[in-house]
Design a protein around this ligand. Structure first.
Ligand SMILES: [Zn+2]
Length: 92
């Protein structure tokens, strides 16, 4: 199954999200990968850029069984979220 792991604030604004296949990795490894994104400074803030809230990690199973099946949906979500970020911007 395809899962999505998100670093969310309590208002559910998403800082980063990683999609992964449970045939290839584990939730623990994905959390480490996400932490690496923060450590390397790819995403600078360890808090929500919209409301300043503290982030927590959530793992959610998608309805997709394979990454190639999920990719078009994930790319559309990514595009919409990047557009929203450009509108909302970040205060923090
Ligand atoms: Zn927030």
């Amino acid at each position: 199954m395809i899962w999505i792991t998100q670093w969310l604030c309590t208002s559910r604004h998403c800082s980063i999200a990683l999609a992964w296949d449970d045939k290839e990795t584990t939730s623990k490894k994905v959390e480490e990968e996400g932490e690496g994104i923060y450590r390397r400074g790819v995403v600078v803030n360890r808090w929500c850029g919209i409301c300043g809230g503290e982030l927590h990690v959530e793992h959610g199973r998608t309805r997709f069984k394979a990454m190639d099946e999920a990719m078009a949906h994930l790319k559309a979500l990514e595009k919409a979220n990047l557009a929203a970020r450009n509108i909302v911007g970040g205060k923090y």
